[in-house]
Ligand binder design. Structure first.
Ligand SMILES: [Fe+2]
Length: 361
C-alpha cells in the first residue's frame, strides 16, 4: 500500500538517506521494501545486540556444507532452509547425474555459484556457468551434467509458479531484455541403454520410473512453458544517482511468498550527501537470505560463498564502519562491485541442522 500520508517528528533529514544528522538511519518496512515504511534516526547502531532463542541472524560458508552429491554421484542436494512456500537447496555435484530427475512438487531455480556443464532436458540441453540461473519448471525431466569437477549450486524450489514480476514503467527491455534468456534447442538422443531411471519427487518423496528409451527424445517443442538460463551479466541495474534504491527494484523472479533478487555492480550514487551504503533495516514481512557470489565493496573483497539468513523484523545491515568508510573515501570509489543473490521469503524459514550455530546469547 502506498500512501502520501507521512509524518516527521523530531530530528530527521529532509530527504531519506541523504544529508543525515549525526545519527544512524534505519528503515522499518512492510511488504518487502514496497509497502509502508518508517525511517528511524537513532543514536546507536541497532544491529549490535545479544540474543537468545531462534530469532537470530545466521550465516554459513557454502564450501563447508557437504551435500551427499559432493562425493556420491547417486547422492542428492542438501536442504538448507524451508517453509511451506519454498525450499532452498545446496548441490555440490562433482559428477554427472547417473539418473534423470523430475520434480512434481514445484519449480526449481538454480543459481550457479561455481561450476559449469550442461543440464540435459526433454526440451534440449542448456549449458551453465558461474552467474547463471537455470530455471526448470515443475515436472520437466532433466539431468545435471557437471563438467568442471565440482559445482556449487543454490537451488530455490517453489510451490508456486516462478514468473517474472511486472516491471511498472520500465518498458520491455529493463531490467532485462527477454532476448538474453537462453532456451534449449531440441536434441533428441538415441537410446543406448536398456533402461533409464527417472527419479520423481512427489509430495516430498522420491519414486523411480524406468523407461526403455532415452527420456530426451523430443525433436521439437513450442509454447510458453520451458526451461531456461539467464546470466547475471545480462541484468540491467536500475539505479538513482541521488538515492540508494531498495532491493524491490531488482527483483528477477517471483513465486507465491518468494522474491529472487539481484544486487549487482553499478556506479555509486554521486550526489553529495547521499548515503551510498544500504541503510540499517528491518524487513518486517520477509525473511532474507543473501548469497555473496563475488565482487567487492569499497575496495575490499566480499566473502564469496557466504550465505546469510536474517529473520523478518531483525535489525541488520552493513556495519557502521562501512558507512563511515564510505563517507570518508567518497572520492576514492565510483562504483560498488557487489554480486549478491537475495531471496525474500514471506513465511519464516526453518534452518536445517547443518546450518545451526550454537547460541551466543
Ligand atoms: Fe536486508
Amino acid at each position: 500500500m502506498r500512501t502520501l500520508i507521512q509524518f516527521s517528528r523530531g530530528n530527521t533529514s529532509k530527504q531519506a538517506h541523504r544529508d543525515l544528522p549525526d545519527l544512524r538511519d534505519e528503515e522499518l518496512t512492510r511488504d518487502g521494501f514496497d509497502g509502508r515504511e518508517a525511517v528511524l534516526y537513532r543514536r546507536n547502531d541497532p544491529t549490535t545486540f545479544r540474543t537468545t532463542g531462534r530469532f537470530r541472524a545466521t550465516s554459513a560458508l557454502l564450501n563447508e556444507v557437504k551435500p551427499s552429491d559432493l562425493t556420491d554421484a547417486q547422492g542428492s542436494a542438501q536442504r538448507l532452509y524451508h517453509n511451506t512456500d519454498a525450499t532452498i537447496w545446496l548441490s555440490r555435484r562433482a559428477e554427472p547425474m547417473p539418473f534423470f530427475r523430475r520434480n512434481v512438487d514445484g519449480d526449481e531455480c538454480w543459481f550457479v555459484h561455481r561450476g559449469s556443464g550442461r543440464v540435459e532436458t526433454e526440451f534440449g540441453p542448456l549449458t551453465f556457468e558461474p552467474g547463471d540461473y537455470v530455471v526448470i519448471p515443475k515436472a520437466i525431466t532433466h539431468r545435471w551434467v557437471v563438467e568442471s569437477g565440482e559445482s556449487s549450486l543454490l537451488g530455490i524450489e517453489t510451490v508456486g509458479e516462478l514468473r517474472a514480476p511486472t516491471y511498472v514503467g520500465l518498458g520491455r527491455h529493463a531490467p532485462f531484455d527477454p532476448d538474453v534468456i537462453r532456451v534449449p534447442e531440441p536434441a533428441a538422443e538415441e537410446s543406448t541403454e536398456a533402461e533409464y531411471e527417472i527419479r520423481v519427487k512427489y509430495d516430498g518423496e522420491y519414486s523411480s520410473l524406468f523407461v526403455d528409451h532415452h527420456p530426451c527424445d523430443v525433436e521439437g517443442w513450442k509454447g510458453d512453458y520451458f526451461p531456461f538460463a539467464f546470466n547475471i551479466r545480462d541484468w540491467n541495474v536500475i539505479m538513482s544517482d541521488s538515492l540508494h534504491l531498495p532491493p524491490s527494484m531488482h527483483v528477477f523472479l517471483v513465486a507465491e511468498g518468494i522474491n529472487i533478487i539481484n544486487l549487482l555492480p553499478r556506479p555509486f550514487e554521486s550526489v553529495s550527501g547521499v548515503e551510498r551504503i544500504p541503510w540499517y533495516h528491518r524487513n518486517a514481512d520477509y525473511d532474507e537470505i543473501a548469497l555473496i557470489h563475488g565482487g567487492n565493496s569499497l575496495g575490499r573483497p566480499l566473502k564469496a560463498g557466504l550465505i546469510s539468513h536474517d529473520p523478518q523484523g531483525i535489525h541488520h545491515g552493513f556495519p557502521e564502519r562501512a558507512r563511515v568508510k564510505a563517507r570518508r573515501e567518497w572520492d576514492d570509489h565510483t562504483r560498488i562491485e557487489w554480486e549478491i543473490i537475495m531471496i525474500e521469503a514471506k513465511r519464516p524459514l526453518k534452518l536445517d541442522p547443518v546450518l545451526h550455530q550454537p547460541p551466543t546469547g
